[in-house]
Design a protein around this ligand. Structure first.
Ligand code: UDP
Length: 373
């Protein structure tokens, strides 16, 4: 009955399903949760404020193809993400830029002097060259003083591990700026879906060739189907019955609160590297500039067990990942399976990267199957 089964209705699965459906495939999407959109799921709460169920999600990309794809399914509200970090009792701009240095060190420097200032900080510091871990990357860019204020304790809280145990790539997500650009991302295309991510994903899945089943565990029904293609977007280790051992996924406890006041903080996200047990506080109304006399905020506490939010980039996990990926390669070579997305590729993808991977893998699959037909 179905040419393809897509496991998971998050961004990766939905994008894959859509491209296959548009190529004429009859697609069945099976989702374990009772909702679509995976970890970018959102909903409007009693205060009329759009809440991101799994923590703050901001869409940003430099990839025009990805931007054009998502723009087919939603309008974007113009939003440029700005984050403040609560350091030494003050809210200062983060990622580090010229204005952060002015606030923290009480100095008055011009943007053209920032590079030299940071070089002096770095010269006073010890780190491995080339960088071997998270700490090395950050210290080689900003020096030990700034690393300890902004990165060290946040990273320990977020990952439950020493920054020295984490791969350099985790640190490369955060830019260091010598100018006064106070945005979190500098991508060309940025915004928040005007009616939310859930609506956007519903529209991606809304195609006559797509059937969606919610609340169904793929592993319980997989023997019922013999599709030409299975696109898997769930946890990588689970698919292979943990033969090489469990991969670690970091989870979050998200605590929502309604406050009887119009605003709680000046921006949508404030990071707390050194104080409290939460890593950040999100005030959701800022994302879409929603008006309410109340406000909804969310405290984020990283935890070890639970819904898998993040891949944990330690040496141990990355070695295991390689073993699993060899199995993936074998399966993908048969032309019957594709593994896509943050969980299935065990990769710290942003939303746009997940969509990009789905677009690329499915397009390649379709081109190859046309050739062999
Ligand atoms: N990070 C940090 N201090 C901050 C923000 C981030 O040390 O104030 C580090 C931390 O290790 C985090 C990583 O940078 O896990 C990536 O941050 P990002 O904001 O990209 O995390 P996400 O939004 O994916 O949770």
């Amino acid at each position: 009955m179905f040419d393809a089964i897509v496991v998971g209705a998050g961004l990766s699965g939905s994008t894959a399903a859509r491209i296959l459906a548009e190529a004429g495939y009859k697609v069945l999407v099976i989702e374990r949760q009772k909702h679509v959109a995976g970890h970018c799921h959102d909903y409007k709460d009693n205060n009329g404020i759009t809440v991101h169920t799994y923590g703050p999600h901001i869409f940003h990309t430099n990839n025009r193809k990805v931007w054009e794809f998502v723009c087919r399914f939603t309008e974007f509200y113009f939003y440029q993400h700005r984050v403040l970090s609560y350091v030494e009792g003050r809210f200062v701009p983060f990622p580090i830029n010229r204005d952060t240095l002015v606030e923290i060190f009480g100095i008055n420097i011009a943007t053209y002097e920032v590079e030299e200032f940071l070089e002096k900080e770095v010269k006073k510091s010890k780190f491995n060259v080339p960088p071997r871990n998270f700490r090395d990357v950050v210290v080689s860019q900003v020096g030990e003083r700034l690393y300890e204020l902004f990165f060290k304790n946040y990273t320990k809280k977020q990952w439950g591990r020493e920054p020295e145990e984490l791969a350099p790539d985790v640190a490369r997500r955060i830019p260091v700026r010598t100018n006064r650009d106070g945005r979190y991302f500098s991508d060309k295309y940025q915004g928040i879906p005007a009616e939310g991510y859930t609506k956007m994903v519903e529209k991606i899945l809304n195609h006559p060739n797509i059937v969606l089943m919610l609340g169904i565990d793929y592993f319980e029904v997989r023997d019922l189907f013999k599709p030409k293609l299975t696109v898997y977007t769930g946890e990588l280790d689970k698919f292979f019955d943990y033969v090489y051992g469990k991969l670690e996924y970091r989870s979050l406890k998200l605590e929502l609160r309604t406050l009887e006041q119009e605003f709680y903080q000046p921006v949508s996200v404030v990071n707390y590297p050194n104080d409290y047990d939460w890593t950040r506080v999100t005030e959701y109304k800022h994302f879409l500039n929603e008006k309410s006399e109340r406000t909804t905020i969310c405290y984020e506490y990283p935890i070890e067990e639970g819904e898998p939010f993040y891949v944990v980039m330690t040496q141990d996990n990355l070695v295991k990942r390689e073993k699993y990926l060899k199995e993936v390669e074998k399966l993908e070579k048969t032309g019957e399976f594709l593994f896509i997305g943050r969980l299935a590729e065990y990769k710290y993808y942003n939303m746009d990267q997940a969509i990009e991977a789905a677009l690329e893998k499915i397009t390649k699959y379709l081109t190859n199957s046309l050739r062999s037909d």
